[in-house]
Ligand binder design. Sequence first.
Ligand code: MG
Length: 384
Amino acid sequence: MRRVVILGATGSVGLSALEVARRHRSRFRVVGLSANSSVAALEPLAVEFRPEAVALADPGALDGRTDLRRAGWRAGPEAISELATLAGADIVVNAIVGAAGLRYTIAALEAGKRCALANKESLVAAGELVLDAARRGGGELVPVDSEHSAILQCIGNARRREVRRIILTASGGPFRQMDRAALEGVDAAMALQHPTWEMGSKISIDSATLANKALEVIEAHFLYGLPYDRIEVVVHPTSIVHSLVEFVDGSVLAQMGEPTMELPILHALAWPRRPADDVLCTFDPLKSSPLVFEPVDTVRFPLFGLGVEAGRAGGAAPAAFNAANEVAVNAFLEGRVTFTSMADVVAGALETLQGRSADTLDEILQVDRDARRHAASMIQEWKT
Ligand code: MG
């Protein structure tokens, strides 16, 4: 029985993880749950799964709920840290959105846990520090991201030098075929209509801009220790092939399946074992054909190129890219910037913060704050 903590339990990945736990009760026991601020969303899950510890990130989330405080519920970032390092827990699923999840990834790995990572922003903002934390604490990083789960499954026991390159697939998002002029006019409701994946709003917008795929290139770089020129991206509109690995002998392995987050989550929890799951066994090769691949259009989707460049530049750039992108996405969701100007916000922040040092967690968090401030002030200036 593996004992599992789920951080960000009320989001899209968190709920999928709970669905996996529900179907595999004999394998996984949910011992900890957290959410950002919604007691109403978390309470029924706590009633159902009866975890040992429950926490909310928002320090004021339990105001007026002495009943829950008495039942052991806690609020505030410190309470989330305690969940991430909960004694007796084997696996911490980090499904928190954005750079806010970074400290808990590090805490879980330092405490020797398996961190099932959906919070790719942790690796983007502070890849080296996250890997250091795993080495120091004996923790293990296992991806929940479907592409990286695919790569892990394809690589298997191969050695790093036997991998020639990895090829991440991208759905291309809802605007894959839209021309540049039309992209100027798209709004949040349109961008949230993802063609193949059902996901939270932040990652849906990142998928529409292809910023998500740039974050995933950086994530792959750290997870698999490969240089950027051995990580490629192709657009694959139906999201059946989740990614490919080419080996030095020319053999190419792909991992395929219907697009559902439950499979990579189950894999991250059970790896290296494969428990039977009849709900997930639905693949039909005839319905899945033909498999189409296209190049990425970096002109229409400039955030992709900006993000990959930030990854290659290293230092403060990936953290700055990630932070400015989060601010731009929130502003777009609230109708304060246009779809195409998100890239301008991010480019401006990257230019301002380039050359800043980012060797320690404090420095990275400072870069994160400054990039957010810069992005927010750019957005404010445009409005006035
Ligand atoms: Mg992904």
